[in-house]
Design a protein around this ligand. Structure first.
Ligand code: ADP
Ligand code: MG
Length: 598
């Protein structure tokens, strides 16, 4: 199969990523080189090479400060974002402030200090997933097109930044779809539909870093998202962090020492907490045992499920809020929900499972694989866009935008152009007039969020139109246009209606946007590093080859030595006849011939 026609779907997760390939009329979730069907979203740098996935995760203990993870919690955010500051406490890698308040990750790579943007790190994970698929499809395959998923509750900057990451990875994003929508596709294909049957689905996706809740109406051939709600900074990583805080306090109480400044100690504690958290999903109690955690002091403690639930009681409450919001927005009573679909690793936490189950008074659907459903749905959509789907599996997707988009107007109010949960793609326009005589420039703040005052929402950037038609105030009319495309990305433009000219439109200071030149630069750099990594691999291979050669030679020398010694001893027997001596000579020659071959 030529690479250009291969449809792949990538679930780019906070903690794990998953890739699917459409083959022989169905989805194949592809296992990585270690045989696992999900791959850690980890990237590590060493003095010799870059490791992605399992390889990066495995060497975390010895190279913590150069092992990057959780980058999805950084993408499209500003360095000064309060959530970034909070998360950074638990990260063993160093974060610094780059241009325009963008976060950058500082590592040591090839023995030199190097900085990467979150987009570049995500691109490395995407390349790994793409290569995993390429190996599966066959040698020499190059895959160019993919459907990539994002949390439904991702904002505009996070979506744009994810798209940039794909561009850096050399992937063309055929479509970006929302993770719960992708899971709903998987559900829809897994079940048998009666003619005209319709089902109301609530998809609840709680992963490592994000929570999405989507209400979807599904029938054969059509999947319509009615509303979505969530939290783009709530997930399993936060439960683990709370557990870390708990044990830091316990260590301090016992030993009067604060370990929180020691990145290595915090990282080791975090690893143990991650394991303990998973244990508590199946056991009532578990231990945390770390030798020489800090200044040579061992740490041994235990935690039970009740304590874990108590530590995270506020977060668990936050996990339920979006369900109510989503139902309200969809104007749907909870009793109308036919199926509850749980997705994401954190829905294995018994408390989460039970809260959702109790809320709806029904057992969640069991037919969906919580770790693979998103990649599965993305792959179906990729095949769909490539026209490879069998007619009776064809499905139309109708999705919505998660957050209201608008402009700041007089009095600091938020003027909403596109309300949340509006079906996308959508275009909305609004006109404004000049407020001062002979005004030449008009500037708007573009905001995203649900509050009445613009400042309470998040500023996505500013829009400035200059060279306005000169006229007394109130005469010049400016038309502002908001367009949300099928990937959920907002495009803003403004036009002076009098001069009928569109000009000088920029959205400035948007953390989720690189210029085309910047992306080109990063693609070049990625290529350069790919060449360096390849060179390193070749060097390692060459060393292995010569090592094997030496090993064989050493064996051969030994064989030869044994034959020479044996024959010498054998000759000491004086009773030998001519035929025996000649036969021995032949045998010796044969051994020499065999051992002189490498
Ligand atoms: P993402 O898509 O955000 O990468 P996943 O759906 O892969 O997330 O889920 C990963 C999260 O699920 C991690 O925070 C992990 O700790 C958590 N997790 C996985 N298995 C379990 C389990 N058995 N119990 C509790 N949490 C789990
Ligand atoms: Mg996920």
């Amino acid at each position: 199969m030529a690479g250009a026609t291969v449809a792949i779907g990538i679930d780019l997760g906070t903690t794990y990523s998953c890739v699917g390939v459409w083959r022989n009329g169905r989805v194949e979730i592809v296992a990585n080189d270690q045989g696992n069907r999900t791959t850690p979203s980890y990237v590590a740098f060493t003095k010799d090479e870059k490791l992605v996935g399992e390889g990066a995760n495995n060497q975390l203990a010895s190279n913590a400060s150069n092992t990057i993870f959780d980058v999805k919690r950084l993408i499209g955010r500003r360095f000064s974002d309060s959530s970034v500051k909070r998360d950074a406490k638990y990260w063993p890698f160093v974060l610094i402030k780059g241009r325009d308040d963008r976060p950058r990750i500082k590592v040591s790579y090839h023995g030199r200090e190097k900085q990467f943007s979150p987009e570049e790190i995500s691109a490395m994970v995407l390349v790994k997933m793409k290569e995993t698929a390429e190996i599966f499809v066959g040698p020499g395959t190059t895959i160019k097109n993919a459907v990539i998923t994002v949390p439904a509750y991702f904002n505009n900057s996070q979506r744009k930044a994810t798209k940039d990451a794909a561009a850096i990875a050399g992937l063309k994003v055929m479509r970006m779809i929302n993770e719960p929508t992708a899971a709903a596709i998987a559900y829809s294909l897994e079940r048998k539909w009666r003619d005209g049957e319709e089902s109301v689905l609530l998809v609840y996706d709680l992963g490592g870093g994000t929570l999405d809740v989507s209400l979807v109406v599904v029938k054969k051939g059509l999947l319509q998202v009615k509303a979505t709600a969530g939290d783009n900074h709530l997930g399993g990583e936060d439960f683990t962090n709370n557990m870390v805080d708990h044990f830091v306090k316990e260590f301090e109480k016992r030993n009067h020492k604060d370990i929180s400044g020691d990145k290595r100690a915090v990282r080791r504690l975090r690893n143990s907490c991650e394991k303990a958290k998973r244990m508590l999903s199946s056991n009532a109690q578990t231990v945390v045992d770390i030798d020489a955690l800090f200044e040579g002091i061992d740490f041994h403690s235990s935690i039970n499920r009740a304590l874990f639930e108590q530590l995270n009681v506020d977060l668990f409450r936050k996990c339920m809020e979006p369900i109510e919001t989503c139902l309200q927005d969809a104007k749907m009573d909870r009793k109308k929900v036919d199926e509850v679909v749980l997705v994401g690793g954190s829905t294995r936490i018994p408390r989460v499972h039970r809260l959702v189950q109790d809320f709806f008074g029904k057992e969640p659907c069991k037919s969906i694989n919580a770790d693979e459903a998103v990649a599965y749905g993305a792959t179906v959509q990729a095949a769909n866009l490539m026209g490879q789907i069998n007619h009776d599996l064809l499905m139309q997707l109708i999705d919505v935008t998660p957050l209201s988009q608008g402009l700041e107007i007089e009095g600091g109010l938020m003027s909403v152009l596109i309300r949340r949960n509006t079906t996308i793609p959508i275009t909305k326009e609004k006109t404004f007039v000049t407020t001062v005589d002979y005004q030449t420039v008009m500037t708007f703040g573009v905001y995203e969020g649900e509050r009445a005052m613009a400042v309470d929402n998040s500023l996505r950037g500013s829009l400035s139109l200059s060279g306005l038609t000169l006229a007394p105030k109130g005469v010049t009319v400016i038309n502002v246009r908001f367009e949300i495309d099928e990937d959920g990305i907002l495009h803003v433009s403004a036009e002076d209606k009098v001069s009928a000219q569109k000009e000088n439109i920029t959205i400035m200071n948007d953390p989720g946007r690189f210029s085309i030149e910047e992306i080109k630069g990063m693609v070049e750099e990625a290529k350069k590093y790919k060449a360096v990594d390849l060179e390193h691999k070749k060097k390692v291979q060459a060393r292995n080859d010569i090592d094997n050669f030496l090993y064989t030679m050493r064996n051969n020398i030994k064989k030869l030595q044994d034959a020479v010694d044996g024959t010498t001893m054998w000759l000491e027997n004086n009773e030998l006849n001519m035929a025996q001596i000649n036969a021995k000579k032949k045998q010796l020659e044969s051994i020499i011939r065999q051992t002189s071959k490498p």
